[in-house]
Write a protein that binds this ligand. Structure first.
Ligand SMILES: [Zn+2]
Length: 148
């Protein structure tokens, strides 16, 4: 393992997150390379300093404000999901027009293209909403952890 590879793994090594074989390689390199050894010592010192800092709890007003904003965002998210669900029907009916045999081919193709674009936009929007929901859930758990 070279210096660059060791440098990329130092943080994981310090946290004990490396597989045993890799950790052994890093350890061996650290013994033989003074530059990487210094880098590791500095990293460990910084981690110890951070661990020694007192854990602050936010004032109640800030925690309340955060919870209120969290509730507002959850409500907006559900409104967004409801809108997506409502828009599925028009997207499906536009796609359904593409299947009508009595319409000219160019019109059916146009409806198909519009329906696919509409459905794609809904899918992208839905994915964004779900990603936001995921981060809100993570944030909600963190906020609950700190205030309880
Ligand atoms: Zn090195």
């Amino acid at each position: 393992m070279n210096c660059e590879e060791v440098s990329r793994r130092l943080s994981a090594y310090l946290d004990g997150e490396l597989p045993p074989a890799e950790a052994e390689q890093v350890e061996r390199h650290l013994r033989d390379c003074p530059a990487c050894g210094r880098e590791y010592a500095e990293l460990r010192q910084a981690a110890e300093l951070l661990a020694g800092l007192p854990q602050e709890t936010p004032p109640p007003a800030i925690a309340q404000g955060l919870r209120r904003r969290l509730r507002q965002r959850v409500a907006l998210l559900f409104v967004g999901l409801a809108v997506v669900l409502l828009m599925i029907l028009p997207a499906a009916s536009v796609l359904g027009l593409a299947l009508r045999a009595d319409l000219p081919l160019w019109a059916r193709f146009g409806f198909l293209l519009s329906g696919v674009c509409f459905a794609g936009a809904l899918l992208i929007w839905c994915c964004q909403l779900l990603r936001r929901l995921q981060s809100l859930v993570a944030y909600g758990f963190l906020a609950g952890e700190r205030t309880s």
